[in-house]
Design a protein around this ligand. Structure first.
Ligand SMILES: [Zn+2]
Length: 344
């Protein structure tokens, strides 16, 4: 599926980025950060159309965005402390996401499948997918159906805490999905919510691959062979996800790119893409930067400072010998295929 946008004779490659924490970040005061802010979410301190974060509507347009996946990041640890259930915290953030998108609906629409995505694009609007990073807000099957009705497009099964769903890489790589986790993956794929395995333990990803009937996502993970971080994927899981027909969102998070270098370099992103390509081919590659979910340590030296710098990666891939067709698959084509087979 080719989506070309020619501007003064030059073909512009569109971008679908699989993972950004922007919505959750709108509610933190950068000068006065405190954990309470995520539980007291009422009025955003910044707005989606223009802000100092990695992503806003202007920046999405500059990046030639076709669609942006926005996650609602739920930190379960403090739910008890602030006497709020994970589901209530989810609804709070979900309502704030809807509010922001509705406020700027001349510029951006909420979408949840290919038809709504292309309808937005046709009317010259940006597209936003609503997703959740932390499956722990789902405690029964009925809640999963409600999440689908609300238009949730993917759920990252676990974040960094062990739950009734499974065990994250941050806790123990050798223990995986729990009984409810197996049921949840089956039901998600039945009703049309994509399964995201980023943050899950190695055993957990194996478990998901064993029972998956649809292509899965690792929305923001790099290659462990190049950077030995627990959040990155070992070669056998990269191959496993490729064989499943899923995609891996390569990202610019400095500690997922390199163990020795804190600067975000295009050359390192290209190296991760090259490694995954050599191992498993071009169909498994996508982009998932985790924008607004990490802090840069050398911002003055970084090749990528926010989403508007993504065209630099296109240039880097061209220089490294990737063809235009391959770059288009990496930037949006492969994820369109996975959206179609999961969400229609
Ligand atoms: Zn994450």
């Amino acid at each position: 599926m080719a989506v070309y946008y020619a501007v003064s004779g030059r073909v512009i490659v569109k971008l679908i980025d699989l993972h950004a924490d922007t919505i959750s970040s709108l509610y933190y005061d950068p000068l006065n950060w405190q954990v309470e802010q995520e539980f007291l979410l009422e009025q955003p301190v910044a707005s989606l159309d223009k802000n100092l974060l990695h992503i806003d509507l202007d920046k999405l347009r500059q990046a030639n965005s076709l669609a942006q996946f926005f996650v609602l990041w739920l930190n379960l640890k403090n739910c008890d402390k602030y006497r709020i259930s994970p589901w209530q915290l989810f609804m709070k953030q979900y309502n704030l996401l809807r509010e922001q998108i509705t406020k700027y609906d001349e510029q951006i629409n909420l979408v949840n499948n290919l038809a709504t995505l292309f309808a937005a694009s046709k009317s010259n609007k940006l597209a936003a997918f609503a997703c959740v990073e932390e499956g722990g807000f789902i405690e029964n099957e009925a809640q999963l159906y409600t999440a689908k009705e609300l238009g949730i497009s993917y759920i990252t099964l676990v974040w960094n805490y062990e739950t009734h769903i499974g065990v994250p890489a941050a806790v123990d790589q050798s223990r995986g999905l729990k009984e409810f986790g197996f049921k949840m993956v089956e039901l998600m794929q039945q009703i049309g919510i994509m399964v995201d395995v980023s943050h899950l333990s190695d055993q957990g990803v194996h478990d998901v691959l064993k029972i998956a009937t649809k292509p899965i996502l690792a929305t923001h993970s790099n290659a462990r062979a190049l950077c030995n971080h627990r959040r990155n994927l070992p070669d056998e899981l990269i191959t496993g996800i490729a064989n499943n027909g899923g995609v891996i969102g390569v990202n610019c998070v400095p500690y997922f790119l390199s163990e020795h270098d804190e600067t975000i370099r295009i050359s390192q992103m290209v190296a991760h893409i090259r490694h995954i390509y050599n191992l498993s081919g071009e169909d498994v590659l996508a982009i998932g930067n985790d924008f607004d979910g990490f802090h840069a340590t050398t911002p003055e030296l970084d090749d990528i400072r926010n989403i508007t710098d993504m065209p630099k990666l296109i240039a880097g891939l061209r220089d490294a010998g990737f063809s235009e067709r391959q770059i288009e698959k990496i930037f949006y084509g492969n994820i369109l295929r996975v959206i179609e087979s999961n969400l229609g």
